[in-house]
Design a protein around this ligand. Sequence first.
Ligand SMILES: Nc1nc2c(ncn2[C@@H]2O[C@H](COP(=O)(O)OP(=O)(O)OP(=O)(O)O)[C@@H](O)[C@H]2O)c(=O)[nH]1
Ligand SMILES: [Mg+2]
Length: 312
Amino acid sequence: MGFFKNINFNKLKGGLSKTREKIVSSITETISGKAKIDEEVLEELEETLITSDIGMETAERIIDATRRSLKSEKDRTEEKIIETIKKELIKVLEETHTDEDNLEKIKKYKPYVILVIGVNGAGKTTTIGKLANNFKQAGLKVVIGSADTFRAAANEQLETWANRAGVDIIQREHGADPSAVAYDTLASAKQTDADIVIIDTAGRLHTKNNLMEELKKIKRVLGKVYDYAPNETYLVIDGNTGQNGLMQAREFSKYAALTGLIITKLDGTAKGGIIFKISSEQKVPVKYIGVGEGIDDLQTFEPKEFVNALLD
Ligand SMILES: Nc1nc2c(ncn2[C@@H]2O[C@H](COP(=O)(O)OP(=O)(O)OP(=O)(O)O)[C@@H](O)[C@H]2O)c(=O)[nH]1
Ligand SMILES: [Mg+2]
């Protein structure tokens, strides 16, 4: 479904500029100007990689692969090393990668139900606006449920996004039971024959037990209306949070089986390398990435495109 993928290479490249600067400059500083790429340089490179956010495991993989690829003298060039690093980074991401919500998959369900969760301010509501827009553009009938009844301005914010995307929204008064909103949204989707439901939730700290239990309840209610629901549970992580994002993924997955990660705000951070660490440790695929605040700034995550944009 080519038209369904939202990838704009230049925008992606632009969005990743800070992370690229950090990772690429540290790599080139290590290897450029070296008369010979020997074991000493490789060890230096490994240290450099470990201190970037990609994680120890991935750094070791890259060095092993580089060592293997550098058998002949003529291979010991900077370009060759960058190429090996690229290949290995793509491999890491592809191990967990699964296709994004493609139309074929979505159309098997009516409605296809997506639950969006994450800590405060991660970018859930904004991402839902962008997602709704993508689905609408692909010709799907979308309804959003405002199950963030906690924050006073939440309804209004989500409504603004629903209007921008031109999709329906279901909400209740501030303080209402979030699972009741989830229920209403599915009921409305049924009535209006919607293709896809996206449920927004209040930001919650993964350390707050009662709030995490509330997530379980929302999931239970969704499953009562449609036994397959939710089809997707997406955890939204702010790219700026670096290592803490990993903690969030660990903790949230204890309460709700995650089917995908959405990493936001990559346009404003140098810590985008965390994507490699989270993918390799969590075994949960990254599905989308946010590279700006606009409605078009959510991109489908493709390992190859991502790594090429990062190391271009
Ligand atoms: N630069 C940039 N900003 C983003 C991105 N995604 C979200 N934001 C901004 O992050 C801020 C928080 O976004 P929200 O969507 O309100 O986050 P939330 O997770 O719904 O927040 P709570 O509901 O309060 O938990 C807003 O100012 C967004 O514009 C992104 O990809 N890039
Ligand atoms: Mg929100």
